[in-house]
Design a binder for this molecule. Structure first.
Ligand SMILES: NC(=O)C1=CN([C@@H]2O[C@H](COP(=O)(O)OP(=O)(O)OC[C@H]3O[C@@H](n4cnc5c(N)ncnc54)[C@H](OP(=O)(O)O)[C@@H]3O)[C@@H](O)[C@H]2O)C=CC1
Ligand SMILES: CC(=O)N[C@@H](CCC(=O)OP(=O)(O)O)C(=O)O
Length: 345
């Protein structure tokens, strides 16, 4: 059994990790932290876990994280970087759901996250946890930087086109929408029911920290300079993310060949579903599941490809793909414990 610790068990990605790991056949939950709920049985806070998780939260300073095989950080940016060096030195693997190790360039991290990096020596070693594009490196990793939710949709949507060298990488446009749980469980005016329900708005249009994360990763797959306009929106639903990605073709290719490009690329990726050409994937087809679905369009047969991508921000966009990484790091089948079908309706 893999002994697992979770730092930040009371937040949305934390409780999603608990939902997945409580029924994972190879996992023993060992420590779950909360600064505010020290001593409270986890199932008292989350009755959904009654009979499944019998641990209590413990404060991060009391939790015995060093006896774990792997520790997930489901915490705000800046927490994992403070504790990862000590855990790694003790032989514990670390999977950070925040952005502490996603950007290789320290100055870029500090510019976007407005905090000093306290473990820059680990930036080079950290492996970006997008299994579909980084599977082999993840298998041998000690430290995983789990991708952001929006960057997951943008990378898996653009990757086959970039790799094939058939689009203008300098003019990518991504119009993305997230459910409110993407903002986390902390109290914020923008996520109040009376502010976010029956409402629709863009945010971060002049610059969002997921742009540098996405462009840095996409640049690995093309010789062109990557240029991305990314516009996130908040939509009045709890879970779910929808990305509408645009790219201009620079080479002749017919629809069947475009479709084949994606189907070939993801044929061994259980969690990427390439739908028939011209489909309209819905967020609810991914709710609670680790599957990301995408579909290709070519309006009026012109030279613009539109890629529609949907996922559950808390599963494939966060906790599900973190578990996918854990499976790979411990030599398990990548899909172990992650076969849930989306909840409908
Ligand atoms: N929500 C989403 O869809 C996605 C989130 N992420 C990333 O995952 C991380 C967690 O997000 P999310 O679950 O939404 O956040 P939440 O705000 O819902 O939860 C944060 C958790 O961290 C704990 N925490 C806060 N500060 C500290 C600290 N200084 N030390 C230890 N624990 C702390 C909190 O518990 P307590 O205060 O009780 O200690 C809480 O359990 C974030 O970095 C986020 O950017 C990534 C992709 C998608
Ligand atoms: C709806 C909403 O607010 N979403 C968050 C992104 C989700 C996320 O947590 O991403 P990171 O891990 O990179 O912080 C945002 O735009 O800031």
């Amino acid at each position: 059994m893999i002994k697992v610790g979770i730092v930040g068990g009371t937040g949305y990605t934390g409780v999603e990790l608990l939902r997945l790991l409580a029924v994972h056949p190879d996992v023993q939950l060992t420590a779950i932290t909360s600064r505010k709920e020290d001593g409270l049985p986890v199932a008292d806070m989350f009755p959904s876990l009654r009979g499944r998780v019998d641990l209590a939260f413990s404060s991060p300073d009391k939790a015995d994280l060093k006896s774990c095989d792997v520790v997930f950080f489901a915490t705000p940016h800046g927490v994992a970087m403070a504790q990862a060096p000590e855990l790694l030195a003790a032989g514990v693997k670390v999977i950070d759901l925040a952005a502490d190790f996603r950007l290789k360039d320290q100055a870029t991290f500090e510019k976007w996250y407005k905090i000093d990096h306290t473990a820059p020596e680990l930036l080079e070693e950290a492996v970006y946890g997008l299994a579909e594009l980084n599977r082999d490196a993840i298998k041998g990793a000690r430290l995983i930087a789990n991708p952001g939710c929006y960057p997951t949709t943008m990378q898996l949507g653009y990757y086959p086109l970039l790799k094939a060298g058939i689009i203008d990488a300098g003019n990518l446009i991504a119009d993305c929408k997230s459910g409110v749980s993407g903002a986390g469980r902390k109290a914020e005016i923008a996520t109040l029911f009376s502010e976010s329900s029956d409402n629709f708005k863009a945010y971060g249009v002049s610059g969002h920290r997921h742009t540098p994360e996405t462009t840095a990763q996409l640049a690995r797959f093309t010789d062109q300079k990557v240029g991305l306009i990314f516009t996130p929106h908040l939509v009045p639903m709890i879970r779910g993310m929808h990305a509408t990605l645009y790219a201009r073709l620079t080479k002749e290719i017919d629809d069947a060949a475009l479709q084949a490009l994606f189907e070939d690329e993801y044929k061994d990726s259980e969690f990427v579903d390439v739908m028939p050409f011209g489909s309209h994937p819905e967020t609810r087809s991914t709710r609670g599941s680790n599957v990301l679905r995408l579909a290709l369009h070519r309006p009026d047969g012109g030279d613009t490809v539109v890629i529609l991508v949907v996922q559950d921000n808390l599963v494939k966009g966060a906790s599900g793909q973190a578990v996918q990484c854990m499976n790979l790091m411990f030599g398990l089948d990548e899909a172990t414990g992650l076969k849930q079908i989306a909840l409908l309706p």
